[in-house]
Each structure stands twice: as structure tokens, then as C-alpha cells.
Design a protein around this ligand. Structure first.
Ligand SMILES: Cc1cc2nc3c(=O)[nH]c(=O)nc-3n(C[C@H](O)[C@H](O)[C@H](O)COP(=O)(O)O)c2cc1C
Ligand code: SF4
Ligand code: SF4
Length: 257
């Protein structure tokens, strides 16, 4: 079983590719985070978890979901992240969580994706995104072969100061940065409610035709990036910047076959 959590579609793209190559089923973890219910899953195949890297680790909400999950059938657990450039010690944290459950951790790896982090550089434009996705397809198929062969995964993202980044910096980011406190909705909003429907944390409610943000944001940027009017900004740094949503895997394969 392939489980994924995705804000702007990069991880869904990788999950769709693995499910396609492995002929395996997909589970969207947002169905569980949104409802606040624990994951229960039985699978004869390995349990493969995919998520983006947020501040050098899997999102806290996904770590929690794995920690509390009831996983039966196969004892093997793989973890795969998508990232912009660095995954720090994400794999070490996941190993601890999986082994504490008495399951077998078959390793962690991470895949470099187009840039969607609109708070720093401009996001990847469409032609750059397409080139990046075309380039990673062989890597994803090799990854699927390793998983189907029961081989261990390893990561190459431990550059810089991984212990510090995945430890204290991650804790500070989760505590002080990753909130919707600075989210602002402009007059371009047409009240369509798409942001509320998409939010994997049920952190948005529509009130008199406008989104209102709560306190459970995990900074996935799904609302900001998918808004058809680009009406949601994070402070001033995102105003007027192009948004990013990863292309759909099946459509991309058809158009790039
Ligand atoms: C809040 C946040 C924190 C991030 N932190 C990191 C990071 O520490 N290292 C990195 O390489 N990429 C980082 N990224 C980039 C994402 O991991 C990357 O773009 C990922 O593919 C997004 O997946 P998604 O489209 O499925 O949401 C971060 C993105 C966000 C939104
Ligand atoms: S998705 Fe955008 S336009 Fe639609 S309600 Fe949300 S902020 Fe408004
Ligand atoms: S409020 Fe927006 S950024 Fe926060 S969790 Fe929901 S969709 Fe993601």
C-alpha cells in the first residue's frame, strides 16, 4: 500500500508513479489528517509512506499518523520524501518511529522535485517543472524496482548540519513559523470555497463567503497555491508571485510519452 501526503502535488506525482510501477493501491493521508482519525491499514505488500520534507523532516502530522497507525499484513515499512534540496536526518526520526512499533524499517530516501517554496526563490516555471519531472522518472522507476525487490533504501540528503536542522531548527519552525497567522485574503477572493475543501488539516472554514483560518495549519501551502484567484498571501513576500501546482502524473505521462 502506498500512503501519501501532498500539499502542492509533488509528492502525489511520485506516489502515482510508484503506484503505477508497482501496481499497488494508493491512500491519501489527508483523509485521516482532515478527520483527525488514526490510520488502520492491512496490506500484504510493504507499507510505503510518502510525504514532503518540511524543515528537514517529514511533516509532524505525518510522523504522528505513522506513530499511531495500526498497520497489519506486511511488517515492512518504506519512507520516501520529496524535497527541494535537503532532507537532513528525516530518515533517522522515521526509523525510530517505525521500529518502536515493532515493524521493519526498510529505509528512507528522498527525491529532488521542482521548487514550490514560494517564500524564497520564484517557483519553478512550467518548462523547468516539465524538464525536472522528465528527468526524475527513471529514478522513480528504479526506486519502484528496489521496493518490489524488498531491497533497503538509503538517502543522500544529509548535508550541512543535519542533526541541528532536523532537531532544534525543525522544532522552532514548527512552533513559531508554521501557522496560518500571517495568511491574508485579498479582495480577489470570489468565495468559491476551494481552499477550505482542499485543506488537509480542516484549518479553513468559510464565513460569510470568505475563508477563515484556524490553529491547525501545517504549512502545506495547498490553499495558497491552488487558489484560482491567487487571493491568499503569506505576509507580503508572496504578493504578485506566480503560484505552483505539480502537473497530474497520468496526464504528464500521456503528454510526454
Ligand atoms: C513548509 C515547508 C518547508 C520545507 N522545508 C524543506 C526542507 O527543509 N528541505 C527541502 O529540501 N525542501 C523543503 N521544502 C520543499 C518541499 O519539501 C518540496 O517542495 C516538496 O516536494 C513539496 O511536496 P508537495 O508538493 O507534495 O507538497 C519545504 C516546503 C514547505 C512548504
Ligand atoms: S480558493 Fe481563493 S477564491 Fe476560493 S474561497 Fe479560497 S481564497 Fe477565495
Ligand atoms: S491552511 Fe492552507 S497551508 Fe495551512 S494546512 Fe490548510 S491548506 Fe495547508
Amino acid at each position: 500500500m502506498i500512503y501519501y501526503f501532498s500539499g502542492t502535488g509533488n509528492t502525489k506525482f511520485v506516489a502515482d508513479c510508484l503506484a503505477d510501477s508497482l501496481h499497488d493501491e494508493l491512500t491519501d493521508l489527508a483523509d485521516f489528517t482532515r478527520a483527525g482519525r488514526p490510520l488502520r491499514s492491512e496490506s500484504a505488500r510493504p507499507h510505503v509512506f510518502l510525504a514532503p520534507i518540511y524543515a528537514w523532516r517529514f511533516p509532524r502530522v505525518v510522523e504522528e499518523l505513522i506513530r499511531n497507525a495500526a498497520l497489519s499484513g506486511s511488517r515492512d515499512v518504506y519512507c520516501v520524501a520529496t524535497r527541494e534540496s535537503q532532507s537532513g536526518r528525516a530518515g533517522d526520526y522515521l526509523r525510530r518511529i517505525v521500529e518502536a512499533k515493532g515493524l521493519t524499517f526498510k529505509g528512507f530516501t528522498s527525491v529532488d522535485m521542482p521548487n514550490e517554496y514560494l517564500l524564497s526563490d520564484p517557483v519553478s516555471p512550467p518548462e523547468e517543472t516539465a524538464a525536472c519531472l522528465r528527468a526524475i522518472l527513471p529514478e522513480l522507476r528504479r526506486l519502484a524496482e528496489r521496493i518490489s525487490g524488498g531491497l533497503e533504501l538509503s538517502d543522500h540528503g544529509n548535508v550541512g548540519l543535519p542533526g541541528v536542522m532536523s532537531g532544534i531548527v525543525n522544532a522552532a519552525a514548527n512552533r513559531f513559523l508554521m501557522t496560518s497567522g500571517r495568511f491574508a485574503v485579498s479582495d480577489a477572493c470570489v468565495g468559491c470555497g476551494a481552499c477550505a475543501k482542499r485543506c488537509p488539516m480542516a484549518n479553513i472554514v468559510m464565513e460569510t463567503g470568505r475563508p477563515k483560518f484556524g490553529k491547525t495549519c501545517t504549512w502545506c501551502f495547498s490553499c495558497v497555491q491552488h487558489c484560482p484567484q491567487s487571493a491568499i498571501d503569506i505576509g507580503k513576500r508572496t504578493v504578485g508571485k506566480p503560484r505552483y501546482v505539480c502537473p497530474d502524473y497520468q496526464r504528464f505521462i500521456k503528454e510526454n510519452a
